[in-house]
Design a protein around this ligand. Sequence first.
Ligand SMILES: [Zn+2]
Length: 243
Amino acid sequence: MAQLLTILVSGMAGLMVGSFLNVVVYRLPKRMSVVEPPSHCPSCETRLTLVDLVPVLSWVWLRGKCRHCGARISVRYPLVELSTGVLCAAAAGALGSVWPLPSVAVVVVCAVGASIVDADGGAVPFAFAVVSALAAVALLPIAIVLGHTDRLIWAALGVLLGSLGAFFGDRAGDSQRWTRIALLACLAWTAGWLWPGGGPFVAAWIVVATAATGLGAARRAPLAMLAAGAVAAVLASALISRP
Ligand SMILES: [Zn+2]
């Protein structure tokens, strides 16, 4: 029962975080403030109220149109909210303990945000890597207190392999390289902490995917593809390691 409540609350929190993430991925690459001005319709500039801002439901209720001017609102907004909601609920369901949940959720949300900016062709803000790394480091004392030190070895192995894969496979060679490597290392670390073997699974995916795109015409593997593959690798390792 308590577990179900945690999953529900995490899912709701994830939906609201997703709503804020929509603002962050739009404004941060443009070096705009994420709090000022308040959310408004990009067409008629009417300030949005609570009715317009309920995650997913507002979009469905208003049939993807602005309430004031009728301008279309991209389906991307509810999709981002839905994906962070589902991922946070899934993390709560997988973890069984609430202590590591905030850290894991932050790493996952940062990966989603960075992937969107990357897919848009913008420069991935370094802030995503910093926040993600802080959350990943916070898992260390929690793991020791909960007695999961064995998992830390898998997590560390994941970070090592994943970073090497991202470093050698990613030929971007620009200022974003370290941001991308830090984000992927955090994902591998979190995965290794969630399930024994999860980190190396994610790392293997990063190595193979970056090497494959490195051989092709693409200058680098899209973060969205790497992050989605990392989630799939985590699920696969969870199924395999299930007793
Ligand atoms: Zn409008």
